[in-house]
Design a binder for this molecule. Structure first.
Ligand code: SF4
Length: 209
């Protein structure tokens, strides 16, 4: 399997789908390669396309705030990426063929990182992982806020869907819902035998799997 940095290089040079034509930068994702917590969004937006980094706009600020205020962590402690690594024009939804072309990168990232918990942000990443693992997906509102166990390749992993933080920018009520979901994520993390500090090391060197 490729290393994360090999994957990063492959993604930045990738031209497997038409999204490569208008992008400024592909956005592979960033964070701790040994992270126990992996966040998966939909696709890069304008700010992410310019900077080549995930979740750096207003939605990213909200995600950072939830990670910091509710989980007591920093961005460098977790790994953040998207299903589709290049920006869809005009921030449209990614098309099925774009997800199909790009998702092998995400699967490789998951299998490399082997997170303890995956938090899917919104219907695209959630729907993709449910479909990939063979689980039925009745919609984000039905599955969010609960823990699911999905099989991704040989990896059986816990997946916790919540709404995409961008949705809370337009619907302030969702901000509280997302915060409530992050409280549950914190409980799930703390339900392990490790304290949150032991669970998430910035260098991953002493983490238990
Ligand atoms: S969206 Fe994914 S598959 Fe398409 S060009 Fe970008 S990295 Fe390649």
């Amino acid at each position: 399997m490729s290393s994360l940095s090999d994957l990063d290089s492959q993604i930045r040079a990738c031209k497997k789908c038409k999204l490569s034509e208008a992008r400024k930068n592909a956005v592979p994702g960033e964070g701790n390669p040994h992270a126990k917590l992996l966040f998966i969004g939909e696709a890069p937006g304008s700010n992410e396309d310019i900077q080549g980094r995930p979740f750096v706009g207003a939605a990213g600020k909200l995600l950072d705030k939830m990670i910091h205020d509710v989980l007591g962590l920093e961005r460098k402690d977790v790994f953040i990426t998207n299903v589709v690594k290049c920006r869809p024009p005009d921030n449209r939804d990614p098309m099925p063929e774009e997800i199909e072309a790009c998702s092998p990168y995400l699967i490789s990232q998951i299998l490399f990182i082997k997170p303890k918990l995956i938090v899917t942000l919104g219907r695209h990443s959630t729907g993709f992982l449910f479909a990939y693992s063979g689980a039925s997906f009745p919609g984000i509102t039905k599955v969010r806020g609960k823990l699911h166990v999905l099989k991704i390749g040989n990896l059986e992993t816990k997946v916790f869907p919540t709404y995409h933080p961008a949705a809370a920018l337009y619907n302030p009520n969702l901000r509280e819902t997302i915060r409530d979901d992050f409280v549950k994520i914190r409980s799930e993390v703390n339900s392990n035998l490790y304290t949150i500090d032991q669970f998430f090391n910035s260098d991953g060197s002493s983490n238990k799997r």
